[in-house]
Design a protein around this ligand. Sequence first.
Ligand code: SAH
Length: 398
Amino acid sequence: MPDLPRVVLKPRRAQPFFYRHPWVFDGAIHKVEGDPKVGDEALLVTDKGDPVARGLFNATSNIKLRLYTWNLDQPLDDAFFAERIDHAIRLRESLCPSWSESSAGRFVFSEGDGISGLTVDRYGDWLSVQFTSAALATRKDAILAHLQQRLSAKGIVLRSEKGMNEAEGLDAIDGPAVGAEPPRPVFVEEHGLRYGVDLLEGQKTGFFLDQRRNRLAAARYATGRVLDVFCYSGGFGLTALHTGGAKQVIGVDVSETAVTLANENAKLNGLDSKTAYIAKPAFEALEEFAAAGEKFDTIILDPPKMTRSRHTVDKALKGYYSLNKLAVDLLPPGGILVTCSCSGLVSREDFEQVLATVVMRTGRAIQILEARRQSPDHPASISCPETDYLKCYICRVT
Ligand code: SAH
């Protein structure tokens, strides 16, 4: 058995870790032996002392130990993480060998790639990297050097996730970290359209890469007058105009910056005569459309995460209900509803129940044409259900 500090589990708490869930929460731990510091390797053992896996320790985080290997002889050194990163990159290269689908993609998806706490997005020659684990961030310099070399990046910017610095005891600072500073914006291509992406200040890491395949799938069904709610930089609506049967797009987003981005992207692609973007809260806009007796042939709902805690799931479900009900009321019989939820804590069953409640209260029927997930460069891990977070239902409302 390797000579490492040991994290000893409480009785009957080992099962998830034999199934390879990578997060060992405080509540599952009986005691920690050997005084590991943040970023030190530790061995997870059962209450009987049987070894389970190797991980990186962080006393500050609620996730005390993040597990990376079940091979007990494998040290978690720089070579180990470089190999894991290469493994993740090879998947993306096989998914998108010629960059024909897009010049942007997620190259490392944290737990989805067995690298809990690291996210890497590529935008052309530039990388945007997020550390969501202070333990893994102790290896930041080696990881960034490897990424730059392996992906021939001109530069890397670091972005932090909301609330993560406090939760992990990270002192991450957003901004350029390695190589040159990226232009603002960086231009990327997706489904034959060009988009400007602001790597330094854009939402998330600048673009919602997880919806890539869904934007194309939704476009196949989109017709006529399209309402793109929570449009951000315009992706769903613009794809519906470019590759689908959409004739006109009205986009709504509460953020003025997002509306400016969407307008710029519409112009960049010569589609601005068919688009109009409104900076307004979604509920307000939907209610105003209803009051004015407006109808849309296709409505896309892609709201931000509505809950980050189990305690607020019910509130989120009510929010999803109101939103979907308002949208259904604006659709004529035969209209298309593309409805998404990126709240990992809201299950597919819960989300379908929300739609069932809309049916009950409106008397309209909803047919699911496609029930989709996030794009495959965000692979979900069977061992970590939290990675399977995005739901995108393409429906016909009669
Ligand atoms: N559909 C987009 C991504 C949407 S992300 C795409 O494909 O790129 C969610 C968006 O919702 C963000 O742009 C955010 O500014 C916006 N948003 C958040 N709260 C909102 C609200 N109450 N009303 C309208 N938009 C909101």
